[in-house]
Ligand binder design. Structure first.
Ligand SMILES: Nc1nc2c(c(=O)[nH]1)N[C@H]1C(S)=C(S)[C@@H](COP(=O)(O)O)O[C@H]1N2
Ligand SMILES: [Mo]
Length: 166
């Protein structure tokens, strides 16, 4: 009896591993596609997210001056480091691509040094595409003055649609 239980659990283990490598599927419109070196997927070898899935990950708010809006604004959304960790992402950098196909290369070190978010909200309301949404990479410029320059502005991709980990 005990032996058969041990054998059963040994047999089940690889199945459980396979199952845990599956990410829930989006039920709403897909707002983000993540590809590349990730361990968890839900659509072939990619991970696709609706807004509810992004909202279910750790959230953070940053109140800051930016070059794109008048005065201080409060941005909130998913902490990119936590999004990457939740997918078992590994590598050196991200390529973040926008709806208009603008793309920027972001070293993963940026996410270890500062709480960079994939903002979905501005002052509590959804970022519309017209307002550079639905997702905008926001650095905490007001927390770290060394971010307020062209290098990080260029990595501040708005209207984000996909991320590749490599
Ligand atoms: N979607 C998108 N994000 C983008 C860009 C772009 O062209 N498209 N340009 C980047 C660069 S290189 C910079 S310096 C800033 C420029 O913002 P601005 O065009 O409002 O000055 O946004 C960054 N984010
Ligand atoms: Mo730029």
């Amino acid at each position: 009896m005990r032996l058969s239980l041990v054998l059963l659990s040994l047999f089940m283990m690889p199945m459980m591993t396979v199952q845990s490598a599956e990410l829930a599927k989006p039920t709403g419109p897909v707002v983000l596609t993540v590809t590349g070196n990730i361990a968890l997927t839900n659509d072939g070898d990619t991970a696709i997210f609706d807004l509810a899935m992004l909202d279910a990950l750790s959230q953070h708010s940053t109140t800051t001056i930016t070059p794109w809006y008048e005065g201080e604004q409060t941005f909130s959304g998913t902490i990119i480091a936590d999004l990457l960790e939740s997918l078992g992402a590994e590598g050196q950098s991200l390529t973040v691509t926008a709806i208009n196909d603008y793309a920027a290369e972001i070293p993963l070190a940026d996410f270890a040094n500062d709480k960079v978010i994939l903002a979905s909200r501005i002052n509590g309301g959804l970022l519309s595409v017209r307002d550079r949404g639905p997702l905008f990479v926001i650095y905490p410029f007001d927390q770290n003055a060394s971010l307020y320059n062209e290098v990080y502005f260029g990595r501040s991709v708005w209207q984000v649609k996909s991320i590749t980990v490599h």
